[in-house]
Design a protein around this ligand. Structure first.
Ligand SMILES: Cc1cc2nc3c(=O)[nH]c(=O)nc-3n(C[C@H](O)[C@H](O)[C@H](O)COP(=O)(O)OP(=O)(O)OC[C@H]3O[C@@H](n4cnc5c(N)ncnc54)[C@H](O)[C@@H]3O)c2cc1C
Length: 479
């Protein structure tokens, strides 16, 4: 069972895929100044298995597969320990990725676990035969150590209307025809992360659907270089220097508008085709795994809020101030509540068939806690750091002997901290709070893995309110 090396991973992406960046067709994504950064970032998952920074990273990254070691991401969780280790792997890979999730196997396996569960349910209850196809595709990805993107979010047009009621039929990806070989897919998905540097793209429905929406109830897998598939990459991103952009100079995730113009998908890669009533459950089951991935990958970022703010308070000589300690205590609580809930969601898993699913209610509460607290946390970090976050001298100034000396003289910090170290820390905090990368992280916090309202709805639906309502009745003497 071959594990891919980082070099083999990069070489495998030169496969004739159709990717555009700022209007230009990119022939080799690995060589492009911005998308290439995303490729290098994604290679972390392969490096952890081959040439890890710490020996224990390899143990975390790999498990025994049927034919030898395989990526832990592909290990189907069977108990709390499996979920805890999966979460620890995601956290570690994200920490190595400068707080940016790597995602090339996380999201795809979230989808594969959900497809296993839903296919099994449909095959048992509706007489379909999807599970063998899901299993075969899963084994193909696992055994070839593939990178997978998930295209779930449709462009959606009028959010108040379902697929069949839209102004034109392609606001949701749909099946336009089928024949003895398979289906033909048309439409567009949006915000598809890591698609420029994945081997496979799993297409999933994004919402509940009614009987009239059968043509849009589709799940399948498409190779990233499939004829008819066009990816228009987001314009965000630039090649920056490591002094001013310590994270984004090396780390990047790429999203695309992912357009399916009559893409042929053979039957063996079709996992849902017209079962409209199951579109919602598939979307929901994927998202429950994916939000567990989310709360796991947020941990390095919230840790960085704490560590960088504490260090900056030290550098600025304000660590003893009451209001600073108040903000640091709140930042610590913000981070540790998230960590505690992530672990608890794994420990309080439930078995569906023979697959362990993280506790849905806890996952959603954790994600809601993270998303709704994010901008407040940013405000505390920015408040502690000060205005130099956006007004500091540049690398060119530091490299100039006379200007560098002046900056060194005037911008030092408390206890003899050098101007250079203070600016390096300032630039790191600016990256996560005040640059385009900080803005990207903020939007990621609010929208990725589903909206805040979706999290609230899930909490409302999942919580068993009866015991607390009964308690209120008992205290109020209501019979
Ligand atoms: C950086 C990033 C990476 C992402 N990666 C992926 C990915 O890899 N794959 C993928 O499939 N998706 C991905 N997403 C998509 C993500 O799941 C969506 O952004 C999210 O579900 C919100 O959808 P939207 O962006 O279309 O916003 P909208 O759905 O337009 O939401 C905007 C607002 O409208 C509200 N709203 C929407 N519909 C209704 C309604 N019917 N009634 C009332 N209110 C409504 C929402 O609650 C929200 O407040 C990513 C998003 C981001 C930002």
């Amino acid at each position: 069972m071959p594990l891919m090396t980082p070099e083999a991973y990069k070489a495998s992406l030169r496969d004739g895929r159709t990717v555009y960046y700022r209007g230009e067709k990119i022939e080799d994504v690995t060589a492009h100044s911005v998308i290439g950064t995303a490729v290098d970032h994604a290679a972390i998952d392969y490096e952890m298995a081959h040439d890890p920074p710490k020996p224990e990273d390899r143990d975390l990254a790999l498990v025994d597969g049927p034919g030898g070691p395989c990526s832990r991401y592909y290990h189907i969780p069977r108990n709390a320990d499996d979920l805890l280790k999966r979460s620890a792997l995601i956290e570690r890979a994200t920490a190595l990725g400068g707080t940016l999730v790597v995602l090339i196997k996380e999201i795809g396996t979230d989808a594969l676990f959900a497809l296993h569960l839903i296919a099994e349910y449909m095959d048992k209850n509706q007489g379909t035969a999807y599970l063998p196809r899901v299993r075969k595709f899963y084994e193909h990805c696992r055994d070839n150590d593939l990178a997978i993107a998930v295209a779930q979010t449709d462009v959606k047009g009028d959010r108040g209307k379902g697929p069949a009621d839209q102004n034109h039929p392609d606001y949701y990806v749909r099946v336009v025809s089928e024949d003895s070989e398979g289906i033909t897919l048309r439409g567009a998905k949006v915000h598809t992360s890591v698609s420029t540097n994945a081997h496979e793209i799993i297409v999933l429905p994004t919402r509940n659907m009614g009987e009239g929406d059968a043509a849009w109830a589709v799940a399948c897998a498409v190779p990233a270089n499939a004829p008819g598939l066009t990816m228009i990459a987001s314009g965000y991103g630039r090649k920056g220097n490591e002094f001013e952009y310590p994270i984004s100079a090396k780390h990047k995730m790429m999203e695309t508008l992912t357009i399916f113009e009559d893409v042929k998908v053979p039957w063996e890669r079709v996992f849902m085709n017209g079962e409209a009533a199951m579109a919602g459950p598939l979307a929901k089951t994927f998202v429950e795994y994916h939000r567990f991935t989310a709360i796991s990958y947020k941990l390095p970022l919230v840790d960085l809020f704490v560590g960088a703010s504490h260090l900056m308070a030290e550098y600025n000589g304000i660590l003893r101030a009451g209001h600073i300690r108040d903000k640091l205590a709140k930042l610590i609580s913000y981070a540790e509540i998230l960590r505690g809930m992530t672990r608890e969601a794994a420990r309080e898993f439930k078995m569906v068939g023979d697959i362990a699913v993280p506790n849905t209610e806890i996952v959603n509460i954790a994600k809601l806690h993270f998303a709704t607290g994010y901008h407040q946390a940013l405000a505390w970090v920015q408040d502690i750091a000060g205005g130099l976050l956006v007004t500091g001298p540049t690398k060119e100034d530091m490299d100039d002997p006379r200007l560098g000396e002046l900056v060194g003289k005037y911008l030092g910090g408390a206890g003899g901290v050098s101007a250079e170290d203070r600016l390096r820390l300032m630039n790191l905090i600016a990256e996560i709070t005040a640059t385009d990368f900080g803005g990207y992280q903020a939007v990621l916090a609010i929208h990725a893995e589903g909206s805040i309202e979706a999290e609230k709805m899930t909490i409302w639906r999942e919580h068993d309110v009866k015991p607390s309502a009964d308690y209120a009745k008992w205290l109020a003497n209501i019979k």
